[in-house]
Design a protein around this ligand. Structure first.
Ligand SMILES: [Zn+2]
Length: 348
């Protein structure tokens, strides 16, 4: 089959459309083989190309998010059949360890992500465990393959941050950094669904305008405005109840300065760097909660698919690239030009 791979880490020039072996044709009892129709990109793909500190199996197939048609199932698979249209949850757990048994699959001792630790979705086919596929909900305006592919990773990540970890309540104020990113955009929409008031930031006024049309209550340009000061103004000096972080070093201090007493900060990423400082006196005096989040568990995944079926949280697509142009697609993500998800069409 054809797939986008790297044979060594480095820059985007390492990306190569290659002929690689098909996934194994003999499926384990609970495996599902999917003929992929579209993949969607995440910042993680850029980190993978540049090199993460774990062992790669080269040639490594990129891509975490994908959707397609079930081509074959193992003998014990019950929830899907060949021909079903499915989207893929890229977080692969072992479904046996202590955390999996407790229902916390993204804490699994051997948690792995498609396209990072395992062969990815920018390929013509993939094999995943049954719990990692979900039938694409039927909507009045059917989801495109690109939309279905773009749904899982960021929506699951944002749901766990906003609903499970921060437990955002109606009427609370939520600050979301970098609204161009898929997880940030999903977090904003989920916080709005929860009845919160959402302040979003970007360095691009154009993206802020777009975010307003998508439901943002207030927008801040973090290049030209001091975010924490503006948040104080917008909250009558109180500060935000919740801050949604995935930027890291560049925004951390401002995130803490934006929090109210007793506020919660949730982090799911560190795109600008992982090392941050904290004044413990402020942490205990203001009684902040600092929460981590990664992906989500199967119950959360089922819940977001259910919500998608009600017509909410339909992915916002920035642009769809043909399969032959996956490198250009990653280039657009790398230059942070997008608002919403960048997808790659694999087949019709
Ligand atoms: Zn496990």
């Amino acid at each position: 089959m054809r797939a986008w791979v790297i044979r060594s880490t480095g820059g985007l020039e390492r990306l190569e459309l290659a002929q690689v072996p098909d996934p194994p044709s003999t499926l384990r009892s609970t495996d599902v083989r999917v003929a992929l129709r579209a993949a969607a990109l995440n910042h993680l793909d850029l980190f993978v190309v540049r090199g993460l500190p774990h062992e790669y199996q080269f040639p490594h197939i990129l891509g975490g998010d994908g959707a397609g048609v079930v081509a074959a199932v193992g003998p014990d698979v019950r929830s899907v059949r060949p021909g079903d249209r499915v989207m893929i949850n890229p977080g692969i757990a072992d479904y046996t360890c202590e955390y999996c048994r407790a229902g916390e699959h993204s804490l699994c001792l051997s948690y792995r992500l498609l396209g990072e630790h395992l062969p990815g979705t920018i390929a013509e086919a993939i094999v995943v465990p049954e719990p990692n596929v979900a039938i694409i909900p039927t909507l009045q305006a059917p989801l495109s393959w690109a939309e279905a592919a773009a749904f899982s990773l960021v929506t699951l990540t944002a749901w766990r941050m906003v609903v499970t970890r921060a437990q955002v309540q109606p009427g609370e104020t939520v600050l979301v950094w970098g609204i161009g990113g898929g997880a940030s955009l999903a977090a904003m929409r989920i916080a709005k669904l929860r009845g919160a008031r959402v302040i979003v930031t970007s360095s691009s006024d154009e993206k802020l305008e777009h975010a307003k049309r998508l439901g943002a209550d207030a927008t801040l340009n973090h290049r030209t405005q001091k975010v924490s000061q503006e948040v104080r103004v917008l909250t009558e000096k109180r500060g935000a109840d919740v801050v949604i972080e995935n930027v890291g070093e560049a925004t951390w201090d401002e995130s803490l300065r934006s929090l109210r007493r007793g506020g919660r900060l949730v982090s799911c990423g560190a795109t600008s760097g992982p090392k941050v400082g904290i004044d413990l006196r402020r942490l205990f005096w203001y009684q902040w909660s600092i929460l981590g989040a990664t992906m989500g568990n199967l119950a959360e995944y089922r819940e977001i698919v259910r919500v998608l079926g009600t017509g909410e949280l339909r992915p916002i697509i920035d642009q769809v690239f043909p399969f032959s142009e996956a490198r250009e697609a990653l280039g657009r993500l790398d230059r942070a030009e997008q608002l919403g998800k960048i997808a790659v069409s694999i087949a019709e």
